[in-house]
Design a binder for this molecule. Structure first.
Ligand code: ADP
Length: 486
């Protein structure tokens, strides 16, 4: 699939440290999840090279932070333009190594680039304050300064956007960054880095360390005092480990961890709209996004109608290689992901759930990492999906009677990232919107992400927010200057 690249020099397989491409002494293979075929051999770096990248970021910090905000804005803006110009090639890399359908991959490039544009603009608005003084001979200034060298560890499900929404605000604020992309999807990250160099981002401001020993690279990023901020998107389990590893050096942390998004449909909802929202929120990226719905709760009066219409919508989906015309659901990223979907499905069926459509893996299709989009009726709260994130194309639908019951079920999880509900009653919209324990609530809508909004979770779904004007705060420290003797 990489023969499709119009600009073949976007296929970078070496890591980027201090503006130079580093091949390392070992390589690791990146595979196409749709076919299982190897795509490229990428530099396999470890702790030592990570330390070199941290040193390069540190060396670049002073000059980068000293530039005017407008200069940083212009460089980021240039990077944004290049990301947009190369949308097709970047989408090709995303589909090749991540598997999502090409149209979705193009959408990711636009979404990912929008963070660079947004934070280019925000760079100019990191303003300080002059406060009321507390004594006649004093004046009080508050500076908002770049926190320093930052580290970003990113997942495979959005190989571009999860990087830009961390590094763009960091760079805008005047920080330099070391990124460790997911070992399953390093090619997109390296292409982005190539475009950053072409945009004129100075050497060392953005470094990308690739390698398949995530624990070793992660440890090196955590152990040093030089890195002052770690941003991570991935599983709650790894997030917890990284948080512990950052404790000795007291790093500031932004964590976007797992979710277990509920999707509530009330009797007063527009059921057709709910079905469309449900489909979009559940099956995007084959169910592999942290804001994908994991469990549906539908009120008794519209339950049968919703299940039937959702199944009808799902039957229209086409599973296959993301490069093929008309495909709407690609492969799962790994074999283990298929096993997890099967485990959740079998558990639900054993406890009384009914398969309305789908229900089968597709072992003969391509790599064999495909699973039919599935709808399960008669699901109940004691099934595994209620506790664990499935991260696959499985839609269990639970029936409920009262609003209180639905809210309690939705909140009965240690996670709190996204949630969704459909209702046309204004009072209910406000009540339920306030009651759901989540960082983000989609009301009568199944897609909620944008660079303009604060994305993030509560409870064990994480710390901090990405995007919006709040997103840059993660990378800024307040410093108070007290001017005395005036
Ligand atoms: P996912 O379920 O998305 O694969 P992970 O949390 O396993 O979630 O992976 C997200 C990112 O975290 C990837 O870049 C992965 O390489 C990295 N990672 C996994 N384990 C560790 C670790 N022990 N230390 C640092 N990074 C890790």
């Amino acid at each position: 699939p990489l023969a499709r690249l119009r600009d073949a020099s976007l296929l970078r397989t070496d890591a980027l440290i201090g503006g130079g491409w580093v091949s390392g002494s070992k390589r690791f293979a990146v595979h196409d999840p749709a076919t299982g075929e190897p795509l490229a051999e990428v530099a396999n770096l470890g702790a030592h090279e990570t330390q070199q990248a941290i040193a390069a970021a540190d060396a670049a910090l002073h000059a980068w932070r000293a530039r005017s905000a407008k200069e940083r804005c212009q460089l980021l803006r240039q990077w944004f333009e290049l990301l947009v110009q190369h949308q097709d090639d970047l989408a090709c890399l995303i589909t090749a190594e991540g598997g999502k359908p090409l149209a979705e991959a193009r959408g990711e490039v636009a979404y990912g680039a929008s963070f660079v544009e947004w934070f280019a603009e925000e760079a100019k608005r990191v303003d300080g304050e002059v406060l009321q003084s507390f004594a006649a001979d004093r004046r009080v200034l508050v500076l908002r300064q770049a926190i320093g060298v930052c580290a970003a560890i990113t997942p495979w499900n959005f190989p571009l956007a999860m990087i830009t929404r961390k590094v763009a605000p960091a760079m805008a604020a005047g920080c330099t960054v070391v990124v460790k992309p997911a070992e399953l999807t390093p090619l997109t990250a390296l292409a982005c880095a190539e475009l950053a160099l072409r945009a004129g981002i100075p050497p060392g401001v953005l470094n990308v360390v690739t390698g398949d020993d995530a624990a070793a690279i992660g440890q090196a990023l955590c152990d040093t005092d030089t890195v002052r901020h770690l941003s991570f998107t991935g599983s709650t389990e790894v997030g917890r480990t990284l948080m512990a590893q950052c404790a000795p050096t007291i790093k500031k942390l932004s964590l976007e961890l797992g979710g277990n998004a509920p999707f509530l449909v009330f009797d007063d909802a527009d059921v057709d709209a709910a079905v469309e929202g449900a489909f979009a929120s559940k099956y995007r990226n084959a169910g592999q996004t942290c804001v994908c719905t994991n469990r549906f709760y539908v009120q008794a009066g519209v339950y049968d109608e919703f299940v039937e219409k959702l199944a009808a919508r799902v039957r229209q989906a086409r599973v296959g290689n993301g490069f093929d015309e008309g495909v709407t659901i690609g492969p799962l990223i790994e074999r283990a992901a298929i096993a997890k979907v099967q485990r959740h499905l079998q558990d639900a069926v054993a406890k009384g759930a009914r398969i309305v459509c789908g229900g089968q893996p597709l072992p003969d299709l391509g790599s064999g990492q495909f699973f039919e989009p599935t709808v399960l009726a008669d699901a109940t709260q004691d099934m595994l999906f209620a506790r664990e994130e499935t991260f696959g194309p499985l839609a269990p639908v639970v029936k409920f009677e009262t609003e209180d019951e639905a809210i309690a079920a939705a909140n009965a999880t240690p996670f709190g990232l996204a949630s969704y509900f459909y209702s046309c009653d204004l009072g209910r919209i406000l009540r339920v919107g306030e009651a759901l324990e989540a960082g983000m609530v989609g009301v009568n809508v199944g897609m909620i992400s944008s660079e303009q909004v604060p994305f993030g979770g509560v409870k064990q779904s994480g710390l901090g927010r990405e995007g919006s004007r709040h997103g840059i705060e993660e990378y800024v420290e307040l410093k108070y200057l007290c001017l005395g003797g005036l």
